[in-house]
Design a binder for this molecule. Structure first.
Ligand code: COA
Length: 164
């Protein structure tokens, strides 16, 4: 892991301005770069993000400018007891490979632990699987399409050994 996180700060989204910053990163990465339709990228959870006690959104800023984001849903699809679900993990292209993605994932793991979660799950785009594997995630199940992009489910047990 590059030790180059100077000036990169991860915080929980708490204001409209924070949320707009997080969504702006997603627009750049998922809509502009990957071609995900806007109406699929922004969902009902995003529209209620600040009011939902079951959702944690993070924004990562480099010297104050938003460059990364991710979210954690504690009751994905309204299913009580389901594993918390991480999604919308994105780092602006020009800032990749500097450990920011891993840092935002570790911050989400800590948010999950703070709410007594013992594991987290996500749907990984196939190209991103090595990134999640580096963090300890294990893939299972078949490849499936979401927004026209190939994904696989991956889980991580939040044991004391999980990278903080
Ligand atoms: N393939 C292989 N390894 C990768 C990788 C990839 N695509 N992306 C990151 N890694 C590795 C890094 O080499 C690094 O390894 P190290 O610990 O040995 O140094 C580790 O994963 C952490 O990398 P990091 O620099 O923190 O990742 P990043 O800031 O570049 O962010 C993504 C990774 C996936 C979030 C970023 O590439 C991205 O935003 N992609 C576009 C959006 C996307 O596809 N999101 C995932 C949706 S499921």
């Amino acid at each position: 892991m590059p030790d180059d996180l100077d000036g990169f700060v991860v915080s929980v989204v708490r204001t409209d301005a924070d949320l707009l910053d997080a969504l702006a990163v997603r627009m750049r990465v998922f809509v502009e770069e990957q071609g995900v339709p806007l109406e699929l990228e922004v969902d009902a959870t995003d529209r209620e993000a600040l009011a939902r006690p079951d959702a944690v959104y993070l924004v990562g800023r480099l010297h104050g400018a938003a460059v990364a984001t991710a979210r954690l849903l504690f009751e994905p699809h309204g299913e009580p007891g389901a594993m918390p679900h991480i999604g919308r993990v994105a780092v602006l292209a020009e800032h990749r490979g500097r450990g920011f993605g891993a840092a935002i994932m570790r911050a989400l793991h800590n948010e999950a632990r703070a709410r007594d979660a013992r594991a987290v799950t996500l749907a990984a785009q196939l190209h991103a699987m090595p990134f999640y594997e580096r963090l300890g995630y294990v893939a299972h199940g078949p490849v499936f399409l979401d927004a026209g992009i190939e994904h696989r489910d991956m889980d991580l047990a939040l044991t004391p050994d999980t990278p903080a």
